[in-house]
Design a protein around this ligand. Sequence first.
Ligand SMILES: [Zn+2]
Length: 315
Amino acid sequence: MPIELTSTCRYCHSTQETNFLATERMLGLGGEFNYASCPSCGSIQLLTIPEDLSSYYPSNYYSFSSLQPSGLLRNLLKKIRIRAYFATGLKFFSPPFGGFWLKKLHLKFTDRIADVGCGNGQLLYELHVSGFKDLHGFDPFLESESQLGTGLKLWNKEFGQTDLYFDVVMLHHSFEHMADPEQVLKTCYERLNPGGMLLVRCPVTDSAVWKEKGSLWVQLDPPRHLTIPSTKGFVAVAERCGFENQEIIFDSTSFQFWGTALYEQGEKLDSRKIKTYFSEKQLEEWEQKAIQYNQEGVGDQACFFCIKPGKKVEA
Ligand SMILES: [Zn+2]
């Protein structure tokens, strides 16, 4: 049976709503999905979760592709690079898998770090070979539990099922795939040590593209995205769960423009089509526009940095 959810806003608890229908475009599967948009905080939620949501995740979905290990020499270079980045903050040294957010977390190599919705664990692997020693990935869609070297474990279970405590919990574009944002953040709060840091990176409805293009917005992504917060809605839930909201940084890219423009052309999300439709000049303009949108707070995705109040116990 499909799961019917109440239309009360899961972010700000408003009972007002504006409904709209959206169709699956990434794979061109079609269908109609009923979303509610909250007039009070601007967050979006899917009202009926399809019975078999997994059929909307094809086997080649990017988070299920196999992990790409690197050799000893590359791993040594990764170790040097991340240290140079932490020491200097220079963008030149910023590792390809994580830029400014990595530095903002003020990580120690001994910190216990959770990646919730870790997919194949590639990000944790990159941190592992860069020198981090206590890494845990959680994803209920993993086939089995696996230990990838000392200090890197992938768990095929929900984050709520662990009894470990963490210094840092991060969700990189997994939050919007979960139906109950309050339950997710409550679990993060419970599993963090006092003084611990939460990082959530996800699409946000502050997006100018969402406001201009509506259901053609590429990061609406029906029916895989179950909720998308506004920054206002996210902060409301985080504070209800006990978090202190430290900083919000927009990190949208030109994807918001070319992805949405492909949908306007009636195309699927096929990056090979970019060159067919858009000139180099157009793509460069979109790169610049994304930077501008981020500065203006109207980009289509953001990073939320939250702290669990309390004194950090130094090991
Ligand atoms: Zn709301």
